[in-house]
Every structure is written in structure tokens, then in C-alpha cells.
Ligand binder design. Structure first.
Ligand code: MRU
Length: 377
């Protein structure tokens, strides 16, 4: 996407030994690019959320495996295999919920395993193969998201056609950040918004602030503002009220993992929005690339839910009036806090799943129909 006239993806290679990312901790106030030169640095960037969002975590994991093939790669085959397995485990341990992380690691590992079948370690061949696979994972993520945009824009156009006054915008509510910052490019939930907006459809987005880390207020609002999409940031609890007042036409969120029966795990608070949408007969879509489907898992109750530090709930962070970053304590210092980062919305509450291949029913049958090539053990 374009940021002040320059095209950016969220992750790219600066040179053969340096991966660059947009350090999202500084947004919306500062645009900072960070250099990442080792698998340890990549693990820290994922864990401490310099980058985040299911798709982007997958790309970062793939580039993490590429970095593991650089300087630190041992010369003997057994040692190289052991080193790569350790690096994969480190990456896998950074964040538990988004399945894309596993997909990113496994894709590069599979390519490396093939090359490690021979008798010698050809470092150059391993590096080249890992780099190409990480780039492929990233390009594919961007392309899938662009296709999600086209499929989702059709839904928005259909909603617009049914409006009494055509000048009225389609009001979309979204939760957290599933825009281009959460992927290599385009985004999942926001991609239909960008495509529809680019085609001239009047559109307005209600942006849930998304406590405790405020990805909606800081990232989604920033993205939409940069792209010129009309939007309003709302407190997380406002959505139900707006739905009852007829001010929401459709809800679109992203997902960090969707099971094969269509249960969707997304940022904490998504489930409550889905309940409110159901009660108000408002369509609720989850947008996702197929890399977010966990075919091995059926029931959303099995998805590991990340629990983060209580300081994210107890403190809020932002710019003070003096323009300096500040962290302020919101609670009594001694009060404990709980910080579940995700929840699961059962398939029955969803109107459909928007994928790169089009719209799927949120059911095992619906997903299998779109992805018939997937064979389950
Ligand atoms: O904790 P995060 O910021 O990595 O969470 C991911 C998200 O932004 C959301 O859950 C999003 O809606 C799905 S990721 C495309």
C-alpha cells in the first residue's frame, strides 16, 4: 500500500542478510522501519509485536527460517538439521494462536529438508532456497489478500445496491486490525473496503478501538486515514448500540485461525460482536486467506488462546500533550488483570467466510467445496 507517496509492503529484504519490517509499535505517530538480521531478532519482533497479524506473522516466520540459514548455519549435515529444528521451535514458541506462523515455518523447513537429503551441506543452495520460499510465502499472502478484496467488494456492492439512497455509505464495522499491516499487503477484512473504495463505492468504517493493545485505534484508523477511507473510531462497547440504531450494514473481521468446521478465532471481543450482529440480523463475515485454515483442527475450542502480560490491560500508552510517548496506569497498582488475546466465534454465528477463492459457507462442507484438493489424514 502507499504511505505518503511510497509503496510499502510490511516485510521485505533490504539486502541478502537483512530483513526489514515496519515496526508497528510506533504507529500511528511515527513510521519506523526496523532491520532484522538474525532468527533471535525475528523471534523478538514477533513475540513483542513489532509486527503482528496472522498473515504477516507467517511471512515473518518464513523469513526467520531464512535468517537461520545465514551465518550461524553449521557445516555438517547433522548439526545443520539440529540447528534448523531448534530455530523452527524458537519461532513456533513466539505466539501460539495464529496458525500462519506454523505454515510459514513448515513451508521453508520442507524445502530445506529436501536439500539436506544429500550427503553435504551446500550453504548457498540452502540460503537461496529458503529465501525464495520466504518470498513465495509473502507474495502469495499479498495476492490472496488482493483476491479476498475482490470477493468481499461484491458483497459490499450488493449491500449498497439495496440502499434507499445511493449516496448513503455502506457502514462496515471491523474489530482489531486485519488490514494491510496484518499481512504482506492489502489485508483480509479491510481488503474489500479498499477495493470497493477504489471503485468509488461510498463506504464508512466503524473502527473498534480494540483494547488492550488498541490495534483498531492505532493501526486500522491509520491505514484507513492514509487511504482516504471515511471512518470513525469507537469504544469497543459501542458496536451493539450502533447495530440497534441501524448504523451498521455489515461486520467484517479477520481471523487468526479458522478450523475446518468454520469456527473463527480472532481478537478478543469478536465473539460479542457476532452475538450482537446475530440479534440484529446484520451479516457477519470473516475474511481470511486459506493459510489461516487449520484443516487438522475441527472444533474451535481446541485453539490455543494466547494470554499476554497483565500490564497491557492495566496501562494505556499514547502521546502526551507535549508530544512525548507516555504509559499511564489505569487501575489500582495492586489489582490483578487478565489478558486473553483472542476468542472463538462459532461457525453458526457467521454469515460466511471470504477467502481468496470466493465466499464459503462457514461449515466443513462449505470449506471443502472451495478447497477440494485438501486431503485429510
Ligand atoms: O494480536 P495481533 O495484533 O497479532 O492479532 C491479530 C489481529 O490483528 C486480529 O486478530 C486480526 O483481526 C486477525 S489477523 C489478520
Amino acid at each position: 500500500m502507499r504511505v505518503d507517496g511510497t509503496w510499502f509492503r510490511t516485510i521485505w529484504l533490504k539486502d541478502e542478510s537483512t530483513v526489514q519490517i515496519i515496526d508497528q509499535r510506533h504507529l500511528p505517530h511515527d513510521f519506523v522501519v526496523e532491520d532484522i538480521r538474525s532468527v533471535e531478532e525475528m523471534c523478538m519482533a514477533i513475540k513483542d509485536m513489532h509486527l503482528r497479524g496472522a498473515g504477516l506473522i507467517g511471512c515473518a516466520a518464513a523469513y526467520g527460517m531464512y535468517l537461520a540459514c545465514l551465518r550461524s548455519l553449521p557445516c555438517t549435515k547433522a548439526e545443520a538439521k539440529e540447528h534448523l529444528a531448534i530455530c523452527a521451535q524458537r519461532l513456533l514458541a513466539t505466539r501460539p494462536t495464529a496458525v500462519n506462523l506454523r505454515v510459514g515455518v513448515e513451508r521453508v523447513q520442507a524445502v530445506l529438508d529436501k536439500l539436506l537429503g544429500g550427503s553435504e551441506v551446500d550453504r548457498e543452495a540452502l540460503q537461496l532456497a529458503a529465501r525464495e520460499e520466504a518470498k513465495k510465502v509473502t507474495d502469495e499472502d499479498a495476492s490472496f489478500c488482493e483476491h479476498i478484496g475482490e470477493a468481499g467488494a461484491k458483497i459490499l456492492e450488493e449491500i449498497h445496491r439495496k440502499k434507499a439512497k445511493l449516496a448513503e455509505p455502506v457502514n462496515v464495522l471491523t474489530h482489531c486490525n486485519a488490514g494491510w499491516l496484518a499481512f504482506a499487503d492489502w489485508g483480509s477484512a479491510l481488503s474489500p473496503v479498499y477495493v470497493a473504495h477504489n471503485r468509488g463505492l461510498p463506504i464508512h468504517v466503524w473502527v473498534d478501538e480494540t483494547r488492550p493493545r488498541n490495534q483498531g485505534a492505532s493501526l486500522t484508523a491509520w491505514e484507513l486515514a492514509k487511504h482516504g477511507v471515511p471512518h470513525t473510531v469507537i469504544a469497543d462497547n459501542a458496536g451493539g448500540h450502533l447495530m440497534r440504531r441501524g448504523l451498521v450494514d455489515v461486520v467484517i473481521t479477520g481471523a487468526d485461525r479458522v478450523t475446518r468446521q468454520g469456527d473463527a478465532c480472532n481478537k478478543i471481543g469478536t465473539y460479542l460482536k457476532a452475538l450482537a450482529a446475530k440479534d440484529n440480523e446484520i451479516p457477519f463475515y470473516v475474511a481470511l486467506p486459506s493459510s489461516t485454515i487449520d484443516w487438522q483442527m475441527k472444533d474451535g475450542a481446541e485453539i490455543p488462546i494466547e494470554q499476554r502480560g497483565d500490564e497491557e490491560v492495566k496501562y494505556a500508552e499514547g502521546l502526551g500533550e507535549d508530544g512525548k510517548r507516555r504509559k499511564v496506569l489505569l487501575t489500582p497498582a495492586a489489582s490483578p488483570a487478565g489478558n486473553w488475546a483472542f476468542d472463538v466465534t462459532p461457525a453458526r454465528l457467521l454469515t460466511g467466510l471470504i477467502t481468496e477463492r470466493g465466499l464459503a459457507d462457514s461449515s466443513e462442507e462449505g470449506l471443502r467445496k472451495l478447497f477440494p484438493e485438501v486431503k485429510l489424514a
